[in-house]
Design a protein around this ligand. Structure first.
Ligand code: GDP
Ligand code: CO
Length: 412
């Protein structure tokens, strides 16, 4: 891959935020120039083998999930964490059949589990981590909650890198690019505590029956503005370096995943920054992790070559995301009166009569015994399945029988 060098890096305490980098070529010809870095594909492949890609899914069209799963490079392990309906049509069963079918055909390692499986809740309880459980002992709804389940499984498999890919992506090929972009970021990283966040080149929308290649959405523009303001009000220098506050598509080293806390639902992504600012930002003396503070935390922001087209979920969803995101900024240790007042003004009608609530925060997952967690799921959770990587070459005769019986149509 040929990727632009960051033109500037903002240093805020122990955190380094690199300015956006564009992908110049996904497959390059080993030509590095002073403005670009060439990353050979075998280096990327080395990273992919140590990578788990988590796909959170809730009632998405099965065709979209199918495309996403098929696009994730073979060397990575895929972890599907579903919160889809099980009554009426059992959507989770369709997802699991799809996973099992794809594994049969490809032999890629893939795990799947349902977030609301009572045994998942039990495994968390047993691990002494009740922070994402309802009173009834079942894991709450929410994308972040699903992501945490996936992270624990990735850790149990001994992966060094953990990334995320949404299941509602209409362009399968873009998902392949995302994963390669993540790997490229890690090839450039100097710190073992690093994160790669993707920025869409375009997010096309249909406007008056034409496709319009929009660059910015309202939520991300606003979230980024306030995250930047948190830094600017501390350094005294205005910055706009941060452009990936709401990046659902992101990846991090397992070492970084271990020291972060996680906000619930859709505020998980902007909270990564707030959590890092509050622990490692400028002027913070009592860093919670001395090793990370010393090594520094590195954040890459990569602009994808592909546009992003996903399922549109309406205004309520957008408002919830905006409220969730700004609430995390509002409650940051670094947020002063000026920024708070600005946020209240920005949220205006969305808040109605309540003030900005504090999102529930789930503490670091570092202490959880992940192999025990996975063993528990394996032995008792009805919805858990692990399909391991294999290189089974079927005999010709067997293959013929196999394809007679199974047809992709039965799955979709
Ligand atoms: P947006 O793309 O950020 O607007 O948000 P989406 O609604 O598309 O959600 C991102 C991804 O998370 C999609 O793949 C959703 O299906 C998935 N998702 C949403 N809510 C949940 C949840 O409660 N649990 C799980 N496991 N996944 C969820
Ligand atoms: Co989406």
């Amino acid at each position: 891959m040929l990727i632009e060098m960051p033109r500037h890096t903002e240093i805020f305490g122990s955190i380094k935020i690199h300015e956006m980098q564009r992908v110049l070529k996904i497959d390059s010809g080993r030509f590095a120039n002073p403005r670009a870095k060439d990353i050979p594909f075998d280096e990327i492949k080395d990273i992919l083998r140590r990578f788990a890609i988590i796909v959170p899914v809730k009632d998405e069209k099965i065709h979209l999930l199918d495309g996403v799963l098929r696009a994730i490079p073979f060397d990575c392990t895929i972890i599907v964490v579903s919160n889809s309906k099980r009554d009426g049509p059992d959507i989770y069963k369709m997802e699991r059949d799809l996973v099992s079918y794809l594994h049969d055909l490809t032999q890629q390692e893939i795990l799947i589990v349902h977030q609301k499986d009572p045994d998942v809740g039990l495994a968390f309880h047993d691990a002494g981590y009740d922070h994402l459980l309802h009173k009834d002992g079942i894991v709450r709804d929410g994308k972040a909650e699903g992501m945490i389940i996936g992270m624990l499984l990735a850790k149990a498999l001994g992966k060094d890198y953990i990334g995320f890919a949404d299941a509602d992506n209409y362009i399968s090929g873009s998902v392949r690019e995302y994963v390669i972009d993540y790997a490229a970021g890690f090839c450039m990283a100097e710190s073992p505590y690093s994160m790669v966040r993707l920025h869409w080149r375009y997010k096309p929308k249909v406007i008056e029956d034409k496709l319009y290649f929009k660059k910015w959405g309202r939520v991300s523009e606003t979230t980024n503005k306030y995250l930047n303001l948190l830094m600017s009000t501390h350094t005294g220098f205005e910055t706009r370096v941060l452009i990936t506050g709401n990046a659902g598509e992101h990846a991090m080293t397992t070492k970084l995943a271990d020291i972060l806390s996680y906000s619930t639902g859709y505020s998980i992504e902007p909270y990564h920054f707030v959590c890092l600012f509050d622990q490692f930002g400028l002027g913070i003396e009592d860093n919670t992790d001395a090793d990370a503070a010393k090594a520094g935390i590195e954040i890459f922001q990569i602009e994808t070559l592909n546009p992003h087209i996903h399922e549109e979920k309406g205004d309520t969803h957008v408002n919830n995301m905006l409220r969730g995101s700004l609430q995390t900024v509002y409650h940051s240790k670094l947020c002063n009166e000026y920024v708070r007042a600005k946020i209240l003004e920005e949220l205006g009608d969305i808040l109605e009569w309540e003030g900005p609530k504090e999102n529930p925060i789930m503490p670091p997952i570092r202490e959880i015994d992940t192999s025990k967690f996975m063993k528990m799921l394996k032995s008792s959770a009805e919805t858990f399945a692990r399909f391991e990587q294999g290189a089974i070459m079927l005999e010709e005769e067997e293959k013929r029988e196999y394809f007679k019986e199974e047809s992709f149509q039965t799955v979709l």
